[in-house]
Design a binder for this molecule. Sequence first.
Ligand SMILES: O=C(O)CCC(=O)C(=O)O
Ligand SMILES: [Fe+2]
Length: 208
Amino acid sequence: MLQGSLFDQADRIEETALGGLDGLRRTELGSGAWIDVLPGWLHGADALFELLAERVPWRAERRQMYERVVDVPRLLKFYGAGQELPHPVLGAARDALSAHYARELGEPFTTAGLCYYRDGRDSVAWHGDRIGRGARENTMVAILSVGAPRDLVLRPVGGGPAVRRALGHGDLIVMGGSCQRTWEHAIPKSTRAAGPRISVQFRPHGVR
Ligand SMILES: O=C(O)CCC(=O)C(=O)O
Ligand SMILES: [Fe+2]
C-alpha cells in the first residue's frame, strides 16, 4: 500500500533508475536455450513496485479447469505495442533491452505483460511462452522483477535437472534461444512466507 503523502511517494519513485546492462551473465542451458541474468538492474525497485501495485488496472482471470471454473492465481495486465506503460522507466527498460539485444534478436521488444503475485499462494504452472511464434522460432522473453523475490524455475521439456533463480528487487532475467520450446518455466507456490512480487515481461511482437 502507498504510505505517506503523494509528495513523499513522488520523491521515492524519482529515485527509480536503470543501471547498465554490461553485468548481464549468460548461462547456457543446453538444446540451444540460455538465460541471461543481471541482479539489481533497476535501482529503487521497491518504489516502482508500490506504484505498479496501486496504479495498474489489475485483472483477475478465471479459467475452465476440467469441469470447474477456477481463479488464475495471480493478477494480470497486458500492454500491447504502442500502449502507454504505467511508468516511463518501463519504456526505458524495454528500449534499453531492444538496443542491447538488437543484433542477436533482430527485432525490438514491443509488448509488456505484467503479473502480480500477491503472496506465496499465487503462482504460474509449468509452461513455455508458446501461444505465438515462440512455439516455432527462437525468441527472447525479458523479465524485470520488483517487490519481494520469488523463485523462477526452469526445466528441460521431457525432464532433467531444474535451474532456479530467485528474482525480485529490480533483477533482470532474459530467456533466449530455444528456451520457450525446449524448456519450461514456472513460479511455484511457496509455503514459506513470500512477500508480493510484480514481474514485467517484455516480448517481441507476436510472442505470447
Ligand atoms: O512472473 C514471472 O517471472 C514469469 C511469468 C511468466 O512466465 C509468464 O507470464 O509467462
Ligand atoms: Fe512464461
